[in-house]
Design a protein around this ligand. Sequence first.
Ligand code: UDP
Length: 333
Amino acid sequence: MSVLVLGGTGYIGSHAVYQLIDQDEKVIVIDNLETGHLEAIHPNATFYQGDIRDIDFLRKVFKAEPIHSVLHFAANSLVGESMENPLKYFDNNVHGTQVLLKAMTEYGVKKIVFSSTAATYGEPKQVPITEEMPTLPTSTYGETKLTMEKLMKWCGIAHGIRYVSLRYFNVAGARETAEIGEDHQPESHLIPIVLQTALNQREHVTIFGSDYNTDDGTCIRDYIHVEDLIAAHLLALDYLNNNGSSDIFNLGSSKGFSVKQIVETARKVTGNEIPVKYGPRRPGDPSVLIASSDKAREILGWIPERTHITKIVEDAWRWHSTHPLGYRTEGTS
Ligand code: UDP
């Protein structure tokens, strides 16, 4: 039997494929390669290129492969873009998941681990954020992920599909051996931008806002190592395989770091100067986002082992410094 990974050529999905194969699982990858990278696919995975909105394509894969469960990472995930082009997000994220659930229902596949987000909560009234807190997304992206969770809930009631939805906080780092890592075009995330500046690919980092109500005036986020994040997905699969009922879990470190602290950590790790400039706040950025992940620890038995900010930046640096142009350096560096 195989695990189907949707979006398995992206940053987070590719790390899932590698860990599943480390655990001797048979892995099927689906990706439309719109934002992912062919080079990120593990050589032992079976790859089908196609779009999850294409029911005939999904039927072909579900018919050909003995799939017992699904990890769903296939989605657009840029907050800014989602505000400019909401229909793109509803179409790919929500409609795509609708078609996927239809195929799963038709082929009797009843287990799914889903990639959700802290953006489902919006601006929190207090931190750390627990799973019981209200979900009031402030972006189309967050709204689509919340809607995808609801699609799974109602398909669970009607068709017996069981899901685990994992709400990620700030995912960063890379596989320790650095054969895969983060490569977005264009890049918008803080840690890759800081490290590209360390590589002199950018003149400076622009810090978005220095007048937040935090100790140093810059935003605070909860950074989690991508490998720990994926470890939680594998535990979620075990949980569903052991008849666990559908549930939602936050994945974070329960610790916050400011933008300035991230730059400082990267200066220490890389030994480079990393110039900064201060710019205006980025619209929609909450000042502080910190997860309570007690529920994942208690119910899934999750112990994040690599989630220390220096380790996260070190592993990300290993990837960026050996792949300064991301996957475009493959075979040429
Ligand atoms: N940020 C920044 N400059 C950048 C990119 C990000 O100051 O060039 C800040 C951003 O405002 C946020 C934090 O870094 O407070 C993390 O942003 P990122 O885009 O990495 O993740 P998000 O929190 O939006 O999911």
